[in-house]
Design a binder for this molecule. Structure first.
Ligand code: ADP
Ligand code: MG
Length: 471
């Protein structure tokens, strides 16, 4: 029988196909098999948070890959190993230098210039790809569907991705475009709804002056050009559609563009901060069109995913090296918005290089202007706020009543504790009066499912996030 390392290499090959590359590189690649005994394989990792992430997000995939390679159903456990952590941190420092020379060489390739031009014609930002999108529970579905659409699968038209600010909608939109264009040779156009509106105005009015309408032939020539630009594509990617709501002329043009592309079987992908039904002032006919496609929401990534995002930033060229403690701290501070998290990281990076300081926890707090006097958010704080919000007591939530209202609030408390604090299922169960971890998992899942169809629940959860974050 082949040795354990060889077997593991085979498992890794299978996982590489099944797990998105950002997550695969962050979590699977650093795993080292340690032993196989009593039907269980033990894997070591440098990072403490790997185990939970892999188990919750990819437990089934890993179990299946193990049974394919080993020919039997194996359990697996993932343990953190200090020695691996040290080795990993050393390796990171070294590899940053060699990465730099490699990218410089790539830039010199002339082929790259042609591609760069094409991408900029389509308004695509090459910073945003599937490879550097970190996948976790809250964005897994949005990622999966986006990738499928980019690969040409018919999953829904339009694909409508909605969610709060800074959660990766624009990133996914560009990633779809980049993939479809570079891997499948498709014609792609990315546009924000605001650019679409401005472009339309420019084509409709002379010199931007509203009074001087373009007339006759000149106007129709201009409009043909405008229409070609958005209709002569395989993928139209429209960002922040909410911007055109209530702007009648733009909505009409968008409606016609939509219909032309739709009936020609071309893919449309749209993002928004809200689901179509909730976009104020958007015309009913656009709402109906958008709702006829596939609606997908993108949520706030959990703690592990946020940490992996910071780790990815740390690994970019020229960036500062941060300890895991600091990475976790940043991911804890910036809970609701990845754009803010990136800004926090950039502040730390700039601060430490300008003042030539080592990024200790204290230095990092200064760099991001963080004060310790904020109330520490714990599971108990969350339970307390959720109880108040629904007009209940903490004892109601922790108690055994199955009354609809109480059970609902209890599930919301589970969901918020998990999303805000990234606590383990068992810990949440203990905090809620000693409930089983499986009960907690089921509660979390039921809120996740219900959020997809209930805007009332989405609103309640967002309000609670805000209340708790401002404590
Ligand atoms: P939105 O359009 O939803 O407001 P963006 O797509 O602009 O958010 O994301 C804000 C920033 O956060 C971008 O720099 C993006 O690359 C980054 N980001 C968001 N989600 C992820 C993720 N899952 N993995 C890596 N980076 C992410
Ligand atoms: Mg955006």
């Amino acid at each position: 029988m082949a040795n354990l390392d060889e077997q593991w290499t085979k498992v890794r090959k299978i996982l590489e196909e099944k797990i998105p590359s950002g997550s695969y590189n962050a979590w699977v690649l650093p795993l080292v098999p340690s032993e196989l005994c009593d039907g269980k394989i033990t894997l070591l990792t440098p990072h403490g948070f790997t185990a939970m992430t892999l188990k919750t997000s990819y437990g089934d995939v890993i179990a299946k890959a193990l049974s394919e390679v080993f020919g039997e159903n194996l359990n697996f456990e993932i343990l953190q190993d200090e020695k691996l952590l040290e080795a990993y941190e050393k390796e990171q420092k070294k590899s940053k230098k060699s990465d730099r020379t490699q990218t410089e060489n790539q830039f010199k390739e002339s082929k790259y210039d042609g591609l760069k031009q094409m991408l900029s014609d389509c308004h695509l930002n090459t910073k945003y790809k599937f490879e550097n999108f970190i996948v976790g529970g809250a964005n897994k579905f949005a990622y999966g569907v986006s990738k499928g659409i980019a690969e040409g699968k018919s999953l829904g038209n339009p694909l409508f991705i909605y969610g709060g600010s800074g959660l990766g909608k624009t990133h996914l939109l560009h990633a779809i475009g980049y993939y479809a264009m570079t891997k499948r040779n498709k014609r792609v156009k990315y546009v924000t709804a605001e650019e679409f509106l401005n472009d339309l105005l420019e084509h409709l009015y002379l010199g931007g002056e509203k009074e001087t309408f373009k007339k006759g032939a000149e106007k129709s020539k201009k409009m043909i050009k405008f229409r070609q630009k958005y209709r002569d594509v395989d993928y139209l990617l429209i960002d922040d559609i909410q911007f055109i709501a209530g702007k009648e002329r733009t909505e009409e043009e968008m409606f016609n563009t939509f219909n032309t592309l739709y009936s020609a079987g071309k893919q449309i992908v749209i993002t928004s901060d809200k689901p179509p039904a909730e976009i104020d002032h958007l015309s009913d006919r656009l709402k109906t069109r958008f709702e006829g496609g596939l609606l997908v929401d993108i949520g706030i990534p959990d703690l592990e995913t946020r940490m992996a995002i910071v780790k990815q930033l740390v690994n970019t060229d020229g960036a500062i090296h941060l300890s895991l403690e600091v990475i976790e701290f940043l991911a804890q501070v910036y809970k609701n918005n990845i754009r803010e998290l990136e800004k926090g990281f950039n502040n730390v990076n700039a601060y430490c290089s300008i003042f030539e300081k080592e990024p200790t926890l204290d230095v990092v707090k200064k760099a991001i202007n963080y004060h310790d006097d904020k109330k520490q958010i714990t599971a108990d704080v969350v339970i307390d706020e959720v109880a108040k919000f629904y007009g209940l007591t903490v004892d109601d939530i922790k108690g055994s009543s199955r009354l609809g209202k109480i059970a609902y609030a209890r599930k919301v408390a589970v969901y918020i504790t998990r999303e805000l604090l990234g606590s383990s299922w068992q810990f949440i169960g203990d905090s809620l009066g000693g409930r089983k971890h499986t009960t907690i998992m089921v509660s979390h899942k039921s809120i996740e499912d219900e959020k997809r169809i209930s805007s009332k629940l989405c609103d309640e959860i967002n309000t609670l996030f805000n209340i708790i974050n401002q404590l």
